[in-house]
Design a protein around this ligand. Structure first.
Ligand SMILES: Nc1ncnc2c1ncn2[C@@H]1O[C@H](COP(=O)(O)OP(=O)(O)OP(=O)(O)O)[C@@H](O)[C@H]1O
Ligand SMILES: [Mg+2]
Length: 225
């Protein structure tokens, strides 16, 4: 089975005022269709940085990220955006919803960007918001939603394109145990029903334990745990 994502000799440094700080040092791993992977590690160890590299939102300092065998560094901006929107769904650590727009519009946006007919996009967004239990919140703006509801909107937005792989950065970080469980069930259901591969960054051992594999980032390296 071919890999959805492959990281080869991946290194990343942040540069500030002429000083380089190495955050990720020579990471090698892959994820296969339908696989569930947890990435754990202390605050500041580079987990969000790693997800940003996988999604092509940052460029590796060295090494490669391949999405379905395409090396994202070899693509131009337009091709990279396309590859991302065809294959990846991203749930950010801080949901990143558009505050001035309704839940429905936020969720339909990935399809509108792909030039899918507006009515069709809105209908699909409505269906998926129902699926995450927000059928009564379609016109609410993010500021009118609870933290858990916002996170469900963010997951709906990531799911709408039926990505091959969902990248979720602390998807339950700001939620109470009940809401966190609901979100986790939702993500696992996506994996069960659509064989969506999952890469979940989490501090929560309950979540990590429900994944197939756990990788810990420490001292700039990834280790299987
Ligand atoms: N834009 C930036 N410029 C310089 N350093 C940065 C930048 N973004 C992050 N860093 C540093 O890189 C390191 C890794 O940050 P990152 O956000 O990836 O950590 P994390 O593992 O996701 O942490 P958390 O669990 O708190 O979300 C941190 O030391 C952080 O200070
Ligand atoms: Mg982070």
């Amino acid at each position: 089975m071919s890999n959805i994502i492959e990281c080869r000799s991946l290194c990343f440094s942040y540069s500030e005022g002429g000083t380089k700080t190495l955050v990720l040092d020579n990471l090698n791993f892959e994820i296969k269709p339908g696989e569930k992977l947890a990435i754990i590690g202390q605050s500041g160890c580079g987990k969000s940085t790693l997800l940003n590299l996988i999604a092509g939102l940052d460029k590796p300092s060295e090494g490669d990220v391949l999405i379905k065998s395409s090396n994202i560094a070899m693509l131009n901006e337009k091709e990279r955006t396309e590859l991302r929107s065809e294959n990846l769904g991203f749930v950010y650590q801080f949901h990143h919803l558009l505050n001035d727009f309704s839940a429905l519009y936020n969720v339909s946006l990935p399809l509108l960007i792909k030039n899918i007919d507006k009515r069709k996009a809105i209908k699909l967004a409505e269906d998926i918001l129902k699926k995450v239990g927000l059928e009564n919140r379609l016109q609410h703006k993010p500021s009118q939603l609870s933290g858990g509801e916002r996170q469900r909107v963010a997951i709906a937005r990531a799911m709408i394109s039926e990505p091959a792989c969902l990248l979720a950065d602390e998807p339950t970080g700001n939620l109470d145990a009940d809401n966190a469980n609901d979100i986790l069930d939702l993500i696992i259901e996506l994996n069960d029903n659509q064989n969506t591969a999952l890469i979940v960054v989490t501090h929560d051992s309950t979540i990590a334990n429900r994944m197939d594999r756990k990788l810990e980032l420490s001292n700039k390296k990834l280790h299987e745990v």
